[in-house]
Write a protein that binds this ligand. Structure first.
Ligand code: SF4
Length: 330
């Protein structure tokens, strides 16, 4: 029986350390996989190229494709929206934008007519878990082989992860394996140093978490940091908001607010699309991130005190946001 070892790599420190453990243990049949959301910083793409070259381990890139779902939504808009009496200009605007762009994150939002939110975090499943399962794991199953899914999850990241076992069986020969579960952050960077691998440079540029930039669970201080250092990221989200808004029947879609953001004027559910975009757009969120207290309450954005965002048990998205001190890699 063959054992296939699949390491989920995000470009972040924990998944890199996990890959380094697998390499140090001279693990056979080792495969590294990166699920590209299309919402990554370009330095992360460059880092993956570096990691691949420095370790000699090929990193398989997988991407979700929503072409079929967008075609289905087009048919729905053409028929049901019209039957429901949706204004023809809204139908036309949606049809104009309901075309696959090839960017998984944007296509997902165009298809859904909204952005994911903390309460409806469909991005992790649609952009990471499913493409990995469909494109890498499933083709290896059913042959009587064993599959070990290596996950860069640490217990001290969140309550969700605190009681996870080091290894558990999913079924069908698939097992989850979490070799750095008991590690702390210094140990993670020590593994980089020991193996002569540089951490993702985003860590030395004020980022405490590497993954989607920004993540929908982004904290206030993280958003402020991103806006200061990478204004082009905010410009991109601004463009995505306008496109997603066009695909929304209500005409309102904001990156952070989901549909539950609160404002002193009341819930955004009661506001017009223009009012929503005026108070809850990415640009407004950035302005708010510069304030010390008060302002608009984005209740889906994580408060500065909460460092447990984005902590699925499977380690698909890097967990806590906390500025980290990087130890120099050798
Ligand atoms: S990093 Fe954040 S935005 Fe990206 S898939 Fe994970 S939860 Fe969603």
């Amino acid at each position: 029986m063959t054992t296939h070892n699949i390491v989920s790599v995000s470009g972040g420190k924990d998944s890199t350390a996990t890959l380094l453990v697998a390499i140090a243990l001279e693990t056979e049949n080792l495969q590294a996989v990166f699920a590209d959301t299309g919402n990554e910083h370009e330095q992360t793409y460059a880092y993956l190229d570096y990691l691949e070259q420095a370790t000699g381990i090929h990193i398989t890139r997988v991407r979700a494709d929503f072409t079929r779902q967008i075609a289905g939504k087009r048919r729905f808009v053409e028929t049901r929206w019209r039957e429901q009496g949706v204004a023809e200009e809204i139908v036309q605007a949606a049809l104009e934008v309901l075309q696959p762009t090839g960017n998984p994150f944007l296509d997902l939002c165009i298809w859904k007519g909204r952005f994911p939110s903390r309460k409806a975090q469909f991005c992790t499943m649609e952009l990471k878990r499913d493409p990995m399962l469909e494109q890498v794991v499933m083709p290896l199953m059913g042959r009587g082989d064993m599959l070990l899914s290596w996950q860069g999850v640490r217990r001290d990241e969140s309550l969700n992860r605190r009681y996870l076992p080091e290894c558990d069986e999913v079924g069908g020969g698939l097992f989850n394996y979490r070799p750095i579960l008991k590690w702390d952050i210094p140990a993670v960077f020590e593994a980089h140093r020991y193996m002569g691998i540089k951490p993702n440079p985003l860590y030395s540029q004020g980022m405490g978490r590497v993954g989607c930039m920004p993540c929908i669970n982004c904290r206030k201080d993280e958003l402020r940091e991103i806006a200061q250092r990478f204004p082009e990221v905010i410009d991109r989200i601004d463009r995505w908001e306008k496109l997603t808004q066009q695909a929304s029947k209500r005409g309102a879609a904001t990156f952070f607010a989901g549909s539950n953001a609160k404002h002193p004027k009341g819930s955004i559910a009661d506001m017009t699309a223009i009012e929503v975009m005026e108070i809850a757009s990415i640009r407004q969120a950035v302005e708010w991130s510069k304030t010390t207290r008060g302002g608009i309450q984005y209740d889906l954005m994580i408060s500065e005190a909460d460092s447990s965002a984005c902590t699925s048990a499977y380690g698909l998205c890097e967990g806590s946001w906390e500025p980290v001190k990087i130890m120099e890699a050798a």
